[in-house]
Design a protein around this ligand. Structure first.
Ligand SMILES: [Zn+2]
Length: 134
């Protein structure tokens, strides 16, 4: 009997540790620029709007909307048992967008513009931000 490969897990770096620690605590942390007030995601060293390096970590509301999505019907490797599953680009209310899973939904209920809220899904010893319809 062959075993399925394991799904990849986060490998925090000094630049992303705050984000992943937040996920483990049930908090979606993003960065905010102290110079132009833009919210920034993914974790980075400089603001994507004004290139300032004065970024601080803040808690996101965890709320947003689906900008686009796809339903994966034929997955491979460790993801095969999960199909069909929904991957989406979610725009947080603070502005940044992230690629994520939409979980616990009827496929026909997912649509562009639908409101979502963050949840956290355990994978091994890590937690991944996923979103649920609200
Ligand atoms: Zn900025």
């Amino acid at each position: 009997m062959t075993s399925l490969p394991q799904k990849p897990v986060p490998m925090p770096t000094p630049d992303t540790k705050e984000f992943w620690d937040g996920c483990s605590q049930g908090i979606l942390r993003i960065q905010k620029c102290e110079d132009c007030s833009s919210h920034v995601f993914f974790p980075t060293l400089v603001c994507q709007e004004c290139h300032s390096d004065r970024l601080t970590w803040v808690s996101s509301s965890g709320l947003g909307e689906i900008k686009t999505f796809t339903v994966v019907r034929r997955a491979v490797g460790a993801f095969a048992p999960d199909a069909p599953y929904t991957i989406a680009i979610v725009a947080l209310d603070e502005g940044p967008q992230l690629m994520t899973y939409i979980v616990d939904h009827k496929e026909s209920d997912v649509a562009i513009g639908k409101r979502v809220a963050v949840a956290f899904e355990r994978r091994m010893d890590s937690y991944l931000p996923v979103f649920k319809l609200v």
